[in-house]
Design a protein around this ligand. Structure first.
Ligand code: ADP
Ligand code: ZN
Length: 518
């Protein structure tokens, strides 16, 4: 290993050894080779360009999509004694000009630039007079339509090679399936790149899935069990973020909200408070997290199912960067999948919708998996695995099948007796013999099925009823208030002519706690 690089690792960053992949990528960059570097979040991508930038003469350009991320990186580098600066829309002309002249006078080693700023022709012409020793493109998947986070700003970056034909390029990302990787190479015109794909396994993250039934209570139970440790709760909509934040705050948890509907100032306040541990929980949309470097995030909850495994992986990957045990918890219900599908179908761009449907199929196969979740996840990124991990809900507590005919008949005959006129919750209320006003008014407490499911919890029955939907014996009639209807397929089971195997409902501890609080 070229000792200047190791020396920089020791003296500037204070680390004694390289992490997997860093050394070979740094060597390739120092030799002047283009690189495509795929490494999971938290594995140390930044050093792959920062060390060459510091060790080589001249300066490096780093293209980065987020202003907050740039400021953060620059502040960290400066704290370590590295001359760094950023250029983006928050600076006025004079400030930008000052920075450029510092670069020209060798006073800056690492210059972070937003893509839309960098690609201004006048700006590029100026930089081409003192070209960088290295061009690093962070979050490089944003250039690809196949990536899960395409950014039009990034599409322009394809022109960069023309301006800096002699500078090596390094493209880095934590998230790219193989189609996206090929796309990045082509679009950036990387020449014979050194192609490194690191392991995506995050063994210290335990993947857990809970059936979603009373999500606010479930979240509360999870947060409570974490004893003030830092966590993130991802929701798909701003409204949901507000709702969950309100709920947690009302129950005396220190939670903050983060989504694109808030002002920059509100977002920054929330982020800083969370980074400093003044608030325990960040409730956020996917707008939150890129470039956030908080090592001790102990849990990430997905309140709603993400749209792709890339999203799931990236968001859960914010947990446990310090290598200590952490949890990624997905709350999943079948109806959420229908909602995502519907949203995808709204896309006017058919090709795009097709890509998204395909990505969501993969995510669903992870959610519906009856084998090790980590295996599904890693195989998706092309990292062949054929052994269970021992650290996911499936490995820890494998799904058990049982003879579910009688349970199914209880649910289906309740639906039949009440005239196929209600949704999950009411059906289960009757089944469990709830003494509510609606039950009394409709006279359902006189039915033979009233209370025949009393010995099992609400969640237990929800799980059974959902399985019957998955199996096609019940359908949720969206044209009739999402009421449950029996299908033709249900008949032989109602008559008891056919055996029926169901999965034993997985009611775990935090769900039991949540149930006690309802
Ligand atoms: P990524 O960009 O891949 O998500 P970062 O570059 O932000 O990850 O690195 C994550 C953390 O790991 C940072 O705190 C970084 O300082 C630390 N790190 C990187 N390389 C090493 C190393 N060789 N030894 C110890 N810590 C490292
Ligand atoms: Zn497993």
């Amino acid at each position: 290993m070229s000792s200047p690089a190791l020396n920089t690792l020791n003296t500037v960053f204070g680390y004694s050894e390289f992490r997997p992949g860093q050394q070979q990528v740094i060597e390739a960059v120092m030799k002047g080779q283009d690189c495509l570097t795929i490494m999971p979040t938290g594995s140390g991508k930044s050093l792959c360009y920062q060390i060459p930038a510091i060790s080589l003469a001249g300066y490096a350009i780093v293209v980065s999509p987020l202003i907050a991320l740039m400021q953060d990186q620059v502040a960290q580098l400066e704290a370590q004694g590295v001359a760094a600066a950023f250029l983006n829309s928050t600076l006025d002309y004079q400030q930008q000009d000052d920075i450029l002249s510092q670069v020209n006078h060798h006073q800056i080693k690492i210059l972070y630039v937003a893509p839309e700023k960098l690609m201004q022709p006048a700006f590029l012409d100026r930089l081409a007079q003192f070209p960088p020793n290295l061009v690093a493109i962070d979050e490089a998947h944003c250039i690809s339509q196949w990536g899960h986070d395409f950014r039009p700003d990034y599409a322009q970056l394809g022109l960069l090679k023309q301006y800096f034909p002699r500078s090596p390029f390094i493209a880095l990302t934590a998230t790219a399936d193989s189609a996206t990787q090929q796309d990045i190479i082509q679009l950036l015109k990387l020449v014979n790149p050194h192609h490194y794909v690191g392991s995506f396994d995050r063994p210290n993250i335990r993947y857990i899935q809970q059936e979603k039934f009373r999500p606010l209570n479930q979240v509360e139970a999870i947060v409570k069990s974490k004893n003030n440790q830092a966590g993130i709760i991802y929701c798909t909509s701003r409204k949901r973020v507000e709702e969950v934040t309100d709920y947690l705050q009302r129950h005396n948890f220190a939670a903050a909200a983060y989504h694109a509907g808030l002002s920059l100032e509100q977002r920054e306040t929330a982020q800083t408070a969370w980074l400093k541990d003044d608030v325990q929980i960040m409730v956020a949309t996917v707008a939150f997290g890129m470039g956030i470097n908080k090592p001790d995030v102990r849990f990430v909850v997905h309140y709603d199912i993400p749209r792709s495994i890339e999203n799931f992986y990236q968001e859960t990957g914010r947990a446990g960067r310090d290598g200590l045990d952490s949890e990624a918890i997905l709350l999943y219900e079948y109806a959420d999948a229908d909602r995502v599908r519907w949203l995808i179908e709204q896309n006017q761009n058919l090709e795009r919708a097709q890509i998204e449907n395909h990505k969501f199929d993969s995510m669903l196969s992870l959610a519906h998996s009856e084998t090790c979740r980590r295996m599904v996840l890693l195989n998706y990124f092309g990292e062949g695995r054929n052994q269970g991990c021992g650290n996911c809900d499936i490995c820890i507590d494998p799904p058990k099948k049982y003879d579910g005919l009688v349970d199914a008949q209880k649910v289906m005959s309740t639906i039949y007796r009440i005239g196929q006129n209600a949704g999950f919750n009411y059906v289960i209320e009757v089944l469990r013999g709830a003494n509510t006003q609606r039950v009394r008014e409709l006279g359902h407490n006189a039915l033979s099925v009233y209370g025949i499911g009393k010995s099992k919890s609400h969640e237990y029955w929800i799980s059974i009823a959902r399985q019957l939907v998955h199996l096609g014996l019940l359908r949720i009639d969206i044209t009739d208030n999402a009421h449950l209807k029996l299908t033709e397929l249900a008949r032989p089971y109602l008559r008891g002519d056919m055996p029926l195997e169901l999965a034993q409902p997985r009611i775990n501890q935090s769900q039991e706690i949540a149930k006690g609080q309802k």
